[in-house]
Design a protein around this ligand. Structure first.
Ligand code: FRU
Length: 461
């Protein structure tokens, strides 16, 4: 990309590979669904400012996860509250009666968040679309699920073929509540899933439950929750593998040993696309509540991660979630690929870019730099550890969490290639064959111009 054009993007903090709205604030992805040739992304959106405000559902669609088309706002706040996170289902058999046999509806299930006279309440509501998500009508008898709770949000709904019922799970503080329904309108309580050994001020948000296949095609249920503490320091997407019986979930792993989907700070509130056949495609809000509202803005603020395809891998330590950049985007991004040799100093020819780097020795280092900034990835195969350090890109002007390095241990025998997606304000590192994935925002004034690897870094000292 031409340097001047690139500089303009850097000046505006506008990514190339990642979805941002043209203007306003965005957070969680909502209502992800594949429908009639398009992947639809709805999202938490405040169109009138660049901080979290009265939430709407924004809307965009894509065919390839690269070119996004922003569409009119899908859901506006109303007298029942502002529109918090939720999901979308295709009600193929018109169980809700919102459509007809010939014209089944898309149904959005979302949280209404109401603050009135110093009190706050959250309940679940419905809206439906008969034109493929282009416009929505709210259900007249909303809310459909109200327990009078202050924290009760982010419903995820899916059709469970074995029981022929809809299943809803939502976060209530530090618990995940399950419900079932035949028509999306009346819900029967199921089981409750609670974590063990949680931090005193930990809460859970945006649960998701999916079946993932391992390399032999064997499937297992995986429950994802986005966890946060009140100070937003302990934040991330945690997951449990286990058994789903139609009414509730029992974890087999992830309870004693906390498993996280991402070792960066900037993947939160991730959700998966509905209606994708056997594929599980997950996308998160590429940000962290600790500093999201302090980051640079240029009339818009916030972006989504590159979607990833999820799999399971059986390892000696148990089943682990594996993530790969979604195939459609990877194909499109190939023209941005640069292979970076070890022990070398090269110009960053492609920027934004995809970089492949395979350390030749027991340790590896890859640094993106320019005169003022550096972004460092370190891998150590003796211990099986990867670290990403962005303290040289933004420092602590965004708060103390920002410059902290992110790291993860991985199996030493795992694949050694690093696959790095570097955009104008983010880096996503896929290591150990997708077992260690880290997402980090960074901010520099100019694009990086050099990449230095391995011994070459130390020769310069
Ligand atoms: C997660 C979250 C959700 C909530 C939404 C509000 O980032 O806090 O729990 O529904 O954002 O915008």
């Amino acid at each position: 990309m031409y340097r001047e054009k690139l500089q303009e993007l850097y000046d505006r903090h506008r990514p190339v590979f990642h979805y941002t709205s043209k203007a306003g604030w965005i957070n969680d992805p909502n209502g992800l669904i594949f429908y009639e040739g398009y992947y639809h992304l709805f999202y938490q959106h405040y169109p009138d400012g660049v901080t979290h405000g009265a939430m709407h559902w924004g809307h965009a669609r894509t065919k390839d996860f690269m070119e996004w088309e922003e569409l009119p706002i899908a859901l506006y706040p109303d007298e029942l509250g502002v529109i918090f996170s939720g999901c979308m289902v295709y009600d193929k058999y018109n169980t809700s009666g919102f459509g007809s046999q010939d014209k089944p509806p898309l149904v959005a299930v979302f949280t209404h968040h109401l603050e009135r006279e110093g009190r706050c309440v959250q309940y679940q509501s419905l809206a439906y679309s008969l034109d493929g998500g282009m416009s929505f009508s709210k259900y007249g008898a909303n809310p459909v699920l109200d327990l009078g709770l202050k924290d009760f949000r982010d419903p995820k709904v899916f059709w469970h073929e074995d029981t022929k019922k809809w299943v809803l799970l939502a976060a209530a503080g530090r618990k995940i509540l399950f419900f079932t329904s035949e028509n999306l309108k009346s819900w029967t309580p199921g089981e409750v899933f609670s974590g063990k050994g949680l931090k005193p001020d930990e809460i859970w948000e945006c649960p998701d439950l999916v079946e993932l296949a391992d390399e032999e095609g064997e499937k297992q249920w995986v429950l994802f929750v986005s966890q946060n503490t009140l100070d937003y320091v302990c934040t991330g997407i945690r997951y449990f593998t286990g058994i789903f019986n139609g009414k509730g979930f029992a974890a087999e792993s992830g309870v004693q040993e906390e498993l996280f989907a991402d070792f960066g700070r900037d993947n939160y509130a991730a959700a998966t696309y509905a209606q994708t056949g056997g594929r599980v495609i997950q996308q998160g809000w590429m940000n962290c509540w600790s500093y999201a509202q302090k980051l640079p803005e240029a009339g818009f603020r916030g972006s989504m991660t590159l979607p990833r395809e999820l799999f399971l891998r059986k390892t000696a330590d148990g089943c682990r979630v594996i993530q790969k950049p979604v195939r459609e985007a990877e194909e499109k991004m190939r023209e941005y690929l640069q292979i970076v040799p070890d022990n070398a100093e090269v110009t960053a020819e492609k920027l934004p870019g995809i970089y492949k780097y395979t350390p030749t020795g027991e340790a590896g280092e890859m640094v993106f730099c320019n005169q003022n900034s550096r972004l460092r990835i370190t891998v150590d195969y003796t211990y099986g550890k990867i670290t990403v350090d962005r303290s040289g890109c933004g420092g602590n002007v965004y708060g103390p969490c920002f410059p902290e390095a992110g790291w993860k241990y991985f199996r030493r025998e795992a694949d050694r290639e690093l696959y790095v997606i570097l955009d104008v304000t983010s880096i996503e590192v896929f290591a150990a064959g997708g077992e260690a994935v880290g997402t980090f925002l960074y901010f520099t004034q100019e694009p990086f111009d050099r990449i230095i690897t391995g011994r070459k870094l130390h020769e310069r000292k």
